[in-house]
Design a protein around this ligand. Structure first.
Ligand code: NI
Length: 387
């Protein structure tokens, strides 16, 4: 089957859909109008769907022949970013824009739905289309799974459009591609007093400062140097006045890594350093560690299949390798349940809006990438189901 030929007539449809989503962005968990718009499109195609992870939904295209089940995923949420692009499809919702390209993800999946639905007589197995909310809060995927959206699914495929990756380049490497992201809070308890008489109190600011510094030794002295780890403190709150010894301090930070075993050790390591450091300064520390999203791991078999699909659609030179990224994606929750692959699709083009990173106020894409992404959804689906 010549997938490129099947997709070509829908090129303008996908661009139009992307621009429509782009004009009407909605933040995480508030994608209600977006969801309604998707339902209208699915209704017009005659594709059944059901609610999952409200306002998310899962649509089903049942092939005429029995076989395996594949899920294709698109996320729906936009960001609290004021768009700085002057385009005629500019965001109409003040302060909100599709600065991560999820508008493109939905449009490509609708394009793929049209094509796959048109050839369902020839499809062996079932295609599930997941339209997921709240990726930016890394909570939408879990809600889809909780509502049974992944039940009976054998594998999952997802695409992220990438603004700083030039158009024509596509990545589908095996292994951990995006990091985990955990949140932690450390509460330091000291004892207040007069700033001129520090010896009579227990200075929570000095103790917390030492904790911040000592936590940096996890990366430099405790974890394997060949294993990427990030421990960042982004918040440090303490004190009420310049001449008062602070009785407490609160730190908040993030942990990012690619190795799940190391991830399991991190709460213990942070707690040991925080407590013993605070104790050295006569203070006390308490750790509240919240496990967030695991690393997104591409299954080797799926990655290999995706590489072959990419070459069929975009040619030999399209396959490109990038180092793992210390940003998190809740696609990780799907790949914890079933083998899957998450593909990076280059859409940057300096001649057409630039090479801005995701979440940038000027983030935009070369829309020619949409046809490639749509075709890739279709090609990978057929390659998996016909195996
Ligand atoms: Ni994104």
């Amino acid at each position: 089957m010549d997938v490129k030929k099947l997709v070509a007539p829908h090129k303008q449809y996908v661009i139009d859909m992307r621009r429509e989503f782009h004009q009407h962005p909605e933040p995480s968990w508030k994608e209600t109008e977006t969801s309604k718009r998707i339902k209208r499109e699915l209704d017009s195609m005659g594709i059944p769907y059901r609610a999952a992870g409200d306002p998310g939904l899962v649509a089903t295209i049942k092939g005429s022949h029995p076989g395996k089940t594949i899920a294709l995923r698109a996320d729906m949420d936009a960001l609290e970013v004021t768009e700085a692009n002057e385009v005629d499809y500019k965001s109409q919702n003040p302060g909100i824009s599709h600065a991560c390209g999820h508008d493109a993800h939905m449009a490509m999946l609708l394009g793929a739905a049209r094509v796959l639905n048109g050839i369902k007589e020839e499809i062996r197995g079932t295609v599930k289309l997941i339209f997921q909310p709240a990726e930016e809060l890394v909570s939408g995927a879990e809600s889809i799974i909780r509502d049974g959206g992944l039940d009976g699914v054998d594998t999952i495929f997802g695409i992220h459009i990438i603004g700083f990756l030039p158009i024509g380049l596509i990545c589908a490497q095996a292994g951990a591609r995006l990091s985990s992201a955990d949140h932690f809070e450390i509460r330091i308890k000291g004892q207040g007093g007069h700033g001129g008489l520090p010896h009579q109190g227990v200075d929570a600011i000095v103790a917390a400062s030492a904790v911040v510094m000592n936590l940096q030794s996890i990366v430099s002295r405790e974890s394997d140097p060949t294993e990427p780890v990030v421990v960042s403190i982004g918040m440090f709150h303490a004190g009420t006045r310049n001449n008062v010894i602070a009785d407490s301090a609160r730190l908040e930070g993030t942990v990012r890594l690619f190795n799940k075993e190391l991830g399991q050790q991190m709460p213990g390591i942070i707690e040991r350093i925080a407590k013993s450091t605070a104790q050295a300064y006569r203070a006390e520390a308490e750790l509240i560690y919240t496990v967030g999203v695991p690393p997104t791991v591409n299954d080797p078999g799926c990655a290999q299949r995706a590489a072959a699909s990419i070459q069929k659609i975009a040619g030999e030179g399209a396959l490109f390798e990038v180092p793992p990224v210390t940003g998190a994606e809740d696609f990780a929750f799907y790949t914890e349940k079933v083998p899957g692959v998450f593909v990076f699709l280059g859409a940057g083009n300096e001649a057409k809006g630039g090479l801005y990173p995701q979440h940038h106020e000027k983030f935009n894409i070369d829309e020619d990438a949409l046809e490639t992404g749509t075709a890739l959804h279709v090609q990978y689906t057929l390659d998996f189901l016909n195996e």
